[in-house]
Design a protein around this ligand. Structure first.
Ligand SMILES: Nc1nc2c(ncn2[C@@H]2O[C@H](COP(=O)(O)OP(=O)(O)OP(=O)(O)O)[C@@H](O)[C@H]2O)c(=O)[nH]1
Ligand SMILES: [Mg+2]
Length: 255
């Protein structure tokens, strides 16, 4: 498996890096969108089984500009080469690190750049399971108006590590409200994106594993299967148990 974070470059302006990524013909382009602090960057780390995307509990906003992460997602039947576009939180207000208007403008520019080049294959709307569903409508409308039904939008609900009887019960309890609010998702995953450490209980580990599988399955279902070929095919690693060692291995594989 190879893992590459697009590195910051002092010589190439940011829009060129996104432009370059948007021109790649061999990847599935996935854009992750949502409010500040809902777990967008943690979701990147869940998918890539690394801690490379910076995360923070700070309500002021951690991700300040669109950042692209390249990864081979291994599913049960396939390997899908993806570019994950992590974005700034949409609801920072005017006080946050990235004011709401700027975050919306950056998102619009990113989506436009991708559309003009190789396209967007999947939009992930990342939300926190503790929030009332009525507040999800505003950003859903924003995303929908940007892609006009041409790109599947899937919902990823984070923060469900303690949800009983299971994480999926969030969806069962909220499906009707979501439909009544006019939100139509092509798929969903109810997850925890919490980082696991060796001292965590088995239940949390299992839920994190389920979360990984659910998100990879969403990607497999919604990304075209015939984009490019995997760089290297490996046996799925023993994730979470040896996460720090795996990070080292992944970085060692960087070209
Ligand atoms: N309990 C819990 N915490 C989570 C989960 N996912 C993320 N977090 C925590 O929430 C905080 C914010 O996570 P980030 O991944 O930085 O959120 P973000 O959406 O990228 O935030 P911005 O970049 O600021 O927009 C961090 O402290 C994470 O550890 C989850 O599923 N459950
Ligand atoms: Mg972030």
């Amino acid at each position: 498996m190879t893992w590459v974070r697009r590195r910051e470059s002092t010589t190439m302006p940011r829009h060129h890096r996104i432009e370059e990524a948007s021109n790649r013909t061999d990847t599935c382009n996935i854009v992750i969108v949502g409010e500040t602090g809902v777990g967008k960057s943690s979701l990147v780390n869940l998918i890539t089984t690394t801690q490379t995307a910076p995360t923070s509990p700070d309500s002021m906003g951690c991700t300040t500009e669109p950042t692209v992460y390249e990864h081979d997602v291994m599913t049960q039947n396939n390997t899908v080469k993806v570019q994950l576009f992590d974005t700034a939180g949409l609801d920072d207000g005017s006080e946050g690190t990235v004011p709401a208007m700027q975050a919306q403008k950056d998102l619009k520019t990113l989506l436009k750049t991708l559309k003009k080049n190789r396209g967007i294959h999947l939009l992930i709307y990342c939300v926190r399971g503790t929030r009332d569903v009525t507040v999800l409508q505003r950003n859903y409308k924003l995303m929908h108006s940007n892609v006009k039904g041409k790109v599947p939008i899937v919902l990823v609900v984070t923060g469900l590590e303690d949800r009983e009887p299971d994480m999926e019960s969030w969806w069962r309890n909220n499906t009707t409200s979501i439909l009544n609010l006019g939100m139509n998702f092509a798929g969903h995953a109810c997850i925890t994106a919490l980082t696991i450490d060796p001292a965590d209980a088995d239940k949390l580990r299992r839920r994190r594993e389920q979360s990984y599988d659910a998100v990879c399955s969403l990607i497999e279902q919604h990304c075209p299967q015939n984009i490019g070929t995997p760089r290297v095919t490996t046996i799925r690693p023993a994730r979470f148990v040896l996460s720090s060692q795996i990070s080292v291995t992944l970085y060692a594989a960087e070209p």
